[in-house]
Ligand binder design. Structure first.
Ligand code: UDP
Length: 336
């Protein structure tokens, strides 16, 4: 069985066990053809929700959702969510997940990123208001910037450079959060904000320049090319395997009485980038060496979530260790 099918089976089992079902719910997913969006589509289609998948296919790929296109409970809408759209069909839940998220794209598409997270958030909140739909906003650990408090709790207000290269992403996600809270307060909308930490797994884009660190290192290792470590590699990230992340997001979306909440969903095991590089070389049996490149500006030095709120509110914590998640991801990369 291929990696994605096996992972979906595992995820479905976990959700069933927790009594989490979106059966018959009408769910709008923006960025539905992207990495996380397509995993949401997969599991929600599987659970017999009625999925409206919206994407402009600029960074998302049709390939990620093409297996659903003929299904009766799946509709694809090709649209740029920073432009108005009228959704007539009654919607129960909205996941606003449309935005490029790779730092290597921040200097190339800053305006599109700003628009997706500000105008796109405003437009989707308008749709939520019209249908009185529950609203889940994909926020990010980037709202904390170069955090001075590690592990970082939701109460930390951040240390962000609005003028820097990452400002288009960090500040637009922060603005998105402010939009969400405004609609929650002013229109009593049922909203939930998920702060997503570095997530990896099958379907992450590996294409050369644009990939995030995990798919880049894996594709470099598999082709026996040097792994491009930025800086000394002493900087840290905390990596969450995709089905752990999706499970946390769906728990936040499902339970009642979470309106207005913001929750970190990420792994609380911190990893140095140099250690990640060496682990990937080992797991792929690669002959690659390591090549050091300059550290991009404003690259956060450490990142690790405090997940005590997720544990308490959602009964969630990640279960897949980095080595196991990397093995699955490497297997998928080899077969795709
Ligand atoms: N990184 C790296 N080599 C690469 C790509 C990224 O050393 O080829 C580093 C990057 O500088 C950062 C970390 O890996 O410290 C995670 O980068 P990513 O682009 O995945 O996302 P970020 O967490 O910075 O948003």
């Amino acid at each position: 069985m291929d990696v994605i099918k096996k992972d979906l089976k595992e995820l479905k089992k976990r959700l069933d066990k927790a009594g989490i079902s979106f059966e018959d719910k009408i769910v709008l997913i923006t960025g539905g053809a992207g990495f996380l969006g397509s995993w949401l589509c997969d599991i929600l289609v599987e659970q017999n929700a009625k999925v409206l998948c919206l994407d402009n296919l600029l960074s998302g790929k049709l390939e990620n959702i093409k297996h659903h296109l003929n299904k009766e409970n799946f509709t694809f809408i090709e649209h740029d969510i920073s432009k108005p759209i009228d959704i007539d069909k009654k919607v129960d839940i909205i996941f606003h997940f449309a935005s490029r998220a790779s730092p290597l794209e921040f200097d190339k598409f800053p305006i599109q990123i700003l628009k997706a997270n500000t105008l796109g958030t405003w437009i989707t909140l308008g749709i939520a208001k019209k249908h009185r739909a529950r609203y889940i906003f994909a926020s990010t650990s980037e709202v904390y910037g170069d955090a001075q408090v590690i592990p970082t709790p939701e109460s930390y207000n951040g240390n962000v450079n609005p003028l820097g290269i990452r400002g288009c992403y960090d500040e637009s996600k922060r603005c998105g959060e402010a939009f969400v809270m405004a609609y929650h307060r002013q229109h009593s909308l049922d909203t939930r904000i998920v702060r997503i930490f570095n997530t990896y797994g099958p379907r992450m884009r590996a294409e050369g320049y644009y990939g995030r660190v995990v798919p880049r290192f894996i594709s470099q290792a598999l082709s026996n090319k040097p792994l491009t470590v930025f800086g000394t590699g002493e900087q840290t990230r905390s990596f969450t395997y995709v089905i752990d992340e999706i499970e946390g997001i769906l728990r936040l979306a499902f339970f009642d009485n979470l309106s207005g909440e913001v929750v970190n969903i990420g792994n609380n095991e911190e990893t140095k980038i140099i250690d990640l590089a060496n682990l990937i070389i080992k797991l792929t049996n690669s002959s690659s060496g390591i090549e050091f490149h300059p550290l991009p500006k404003d690259d956060p030095r450490r990142r690790c979530p405090d997940i005590s709120k997720a544990v308490k509110l959602l009964g969630w914590k990640p279960t897949i260790k980095l080595e196991e998640g990397l093995k699955r991801t490497i297997k998928w990369f080899k077969s795709s």
